[in-house]
Design a protein around this ligand. Structure first.
Ligand SMILES: Nc1nc2c(ncn2[C@@H]2O[C@H](COP(=O)(O)OP(=O)(O)OP(=O)(O)O)[C@@H](O)[C@H]2O)c(=O)[nH]1
Ligand SMILES: [Mg+2]
Length: 561
């Protein structure tokens, strides 16, 4: 059994006063609980709490000066006789034909006006409302001013409508006087279906053994002892138990005194509602338990989710394209100028994915993020890996929560699953992959390549010019020598060889830098994808965990007397 339920069960207040403000605070806590769990827990489990909040609010607003006491019991036990005896008037017919009372009768001590709203709410027909005030002996009755006594139909009735009426009223009245008689006091129906259900309302429960005059004086204590034993079994230890005789005013003294005390205390309504809160809290406690809620999904599960999201978003395909794009763009910038143009004709690997092309590309789709990428759709395996990762996040987050909650956490984790593909795609499209700037060293190497190419072209031109002069019989140029090689030849061959050499030396550097660019892009993409996971999966989970924590705290406040 959980802690709160345990605490509630142990407390027996007896004559302890219930503070109205404390009760209102407890009801507010129940209200907070209901707000926190709204839409998360099955509505069916919350009906009693909603009913309590609504009823308690109405009861406290209607009148705190009146005390509504119901006489409840089996047919023929003498409820109407006690009702009339307390009122000292024949208000509710007493009969030999059973059941006699079919509708609830009410007697109000004090002016009826103040009590009318309460009786409207309780549902007693106006023609069955009586006022004790008008009687001649009203002065004797001042001690009962504020009492609204109800004579209920029989709860063990053959008439279903009687039982329904009794059940309805038992949920509304402030105090119940259970009337039993010497023949039927041990009846199973009264104990199993009613008295036991009222064990949390002990301090607004009174039991009377009526028709005590039908027993011999020696039998009365014996029957009372037996009844007390049954009440203990019902969980009603300590409730007032009296013997009454409705047909003899002397046999009414004890009950009348009890009524007067109840009316004077003006506590019954508060105690009844406090008992209702106890009952609701004990029932709700199993939905909330005492687990310390996790602050959020744990790191292992989140890492798994991020990996699955990256896979589903096509991060590996994009980072591979980044590496190739780097090599492609670096080659175009640093390669041999003669073949650079040809390189540019080949499509950029990132453009093929509809990701940002080389700088200066006017049709850059990243500038209008509405356009989705052409990153391949996730495979079935990636989709199922993502589903499992989301499930794992929910399972880990809800691991310590009571049975009612993991379902809510899983639903929250999956609540935006449908929006994920678009969100991931836009995130990929909007991520700066780090290829926008042309590195300085590209330009330097490109410049060198131009220089050596120009040298080669100059050498070639020089040689062609010399050859032409020779063909035309004109005086030959005086070629300077570089070692044993004429300068034009040195320029041509040197330029060509230098170009090839620079290209050969640059290639491993480009590959290394491309791998770095890939790693950098992977880091950025993973971080952005993780943000999407946070927004679309983890945040909804955290919200449910937050609601759980609020519900747990609210219920703890509601349990506090
Ligand atoms: N001797 C004796 N008879 C009683 C006493 N109380 C009630 N009776 C009689 O018991 C019978 C039933 O009394 P009611 O007051 O009508 O009983 P009830 O509980 O209102 O019965 P329903 O309205 O059918 O639920 C009547 O004949 C009463 O006169 C009592 O204390 N002593
Ligand atoms: Mg009756």
């Amino acid at each position: 059994m959980s802690n709160i339920a345990g605490r509630v069960r142990e407390v027996f207040r007896g004559d302890q006063r219930v503070d109205a403000d404390a009760l209102i605070a407890r009801l507010d806590a129940v209200r907070r609980f209901l707000t926190a769990v709204d839409g998360l827990l099955p509505d069916g489990d919350l009906v009693p709490a909603h009913t309590l909040v609504e009823r308690a609010g109405t009861r406290l607003a209607l009148s705190r000066d009146h005390t509504v006491v119901a006489l409840a019991g089996a047919t023929g036990s003498g409820k109407s006789s006690l009702f009339n005896a307390l009122a000292r008037l024949e208000l509710s017919p007493v009969g030999v034909r059973r059941p006699t009372t079919g509708v609830t009768h009410a007697c109000v001590w004090g002016p009826l006006e103040g009590a009318n709203h309460l009786l409207d709410w309780i549902g007693v027909l106006p023609r069955h409302r009586f006022v004790r005030e008008s009687a001649l002996d009203a002065d004797d009755e001042t001690a009962l001013h504020g009492l609204i006594l109800l004579d209920l139909p029989d709860f063990d009735s053959v008439q279903r409508s009687h039982r329904l009426e009794v059940d309805r009223l038992l949920g509304l009245v402030d105090q119940v006087v259970w009337v039993v008689d010497p023949q039927k006091y041990a009846d199973r129906v009264i104990h199993d279906s009613y008295l036991r259900e009222f064990h949390r309302h002990r301090d607004v429960t009174v039991v009377v053994l009526n028709q005590a005059d039908r027993l011999s004086p020696a039998e009365v204590p014996r029957v009372l002892d037996d009844l007390r034993r049954l009440l203990d079994t019902d969980g009603l230890t300590g409730v007032p138990l009296l013997a009454t005789t409705a047909v003899d005013p002397a046999g009414m003294v004890g009950l009348r005194d009890t009524m007067e005390r109840t009316v004077a205390e003006r506590q019954a309504a508060l105690r009844r509602l406090a008992g209702d809160v106890d009952t609701v809290v004990a029932d709700l406690d199993q939905l909330v338990g005492s687990a310390r809620p996790a602050g959020g999904p744990d790191d292992t599960a989140v890492n798994g989710l991020n990996r699955a999201l990256a896979g589903a978003a096509g991060v590996p395909a994009v980072t591979e394209a980044v590496e190739w794009a780097y090599r492609h763009r670096a080659g175009a910038a640093t390669g041999w100028p003669v073949v650079r143009g040809w390189r540019r004709l080949r499509p950029d690997p990132l453009r093929r994915l509809h990701l940002p092309g080389p700088p200066g590309d006017q049709s850059d789709p990243a500038e209008s993020l509405v356009a989705a990428t052409s990153v391949p759709d996730p495979t079935a395996a990636q989709r199922s890996a993502l589903g499992l990762a989301i499930r794992a996040v929910a399972d880990r987050a809800a691991a310590d929560l009571p049975a009612a909650w993991p379902g809510a956490v899983t639903s929250a984790a999956r609540s935006r699953l449908g929006d994920l593909p678009d969100a991931l795609d836009h995130t990929i499209a909007g991520t700066d992959l780090g290829l926008d700037r042309r590195p300085v060293w590209w330009r330097a190497v490109g410049g060198v390549q131009w220089l050596v190419t120009i040298a080669a072209v100059v050498g070639l031109g020089w040689l062609v010019l010399g050859y032409a002069l020779r063909v035309l019989g004109l005086p030959a140029l005086d070629n300077p020598m570089v070692g044993a090689v004429p300068l034009p030849t040195a320029l041509l061959l040197g330029g060509l060889l230098a170009g090839l050499l620079v290209a050969a030396l640059t290639r491993p550097v480009v590959r290394w830098a491309a791998r770095r660019a890939r790693a950098r892009a992977e880091q950025r993409l993973t971080a952005r994808v993780a943000q999407v996971g946070d927004e679309y999966v983890l945040t909804p989970v955290r919200i449910v965990l937050g609601s759980y924590a609020q519900a747990r705290d609210a219920l703890r406040d509601a349990a506090r007397r």
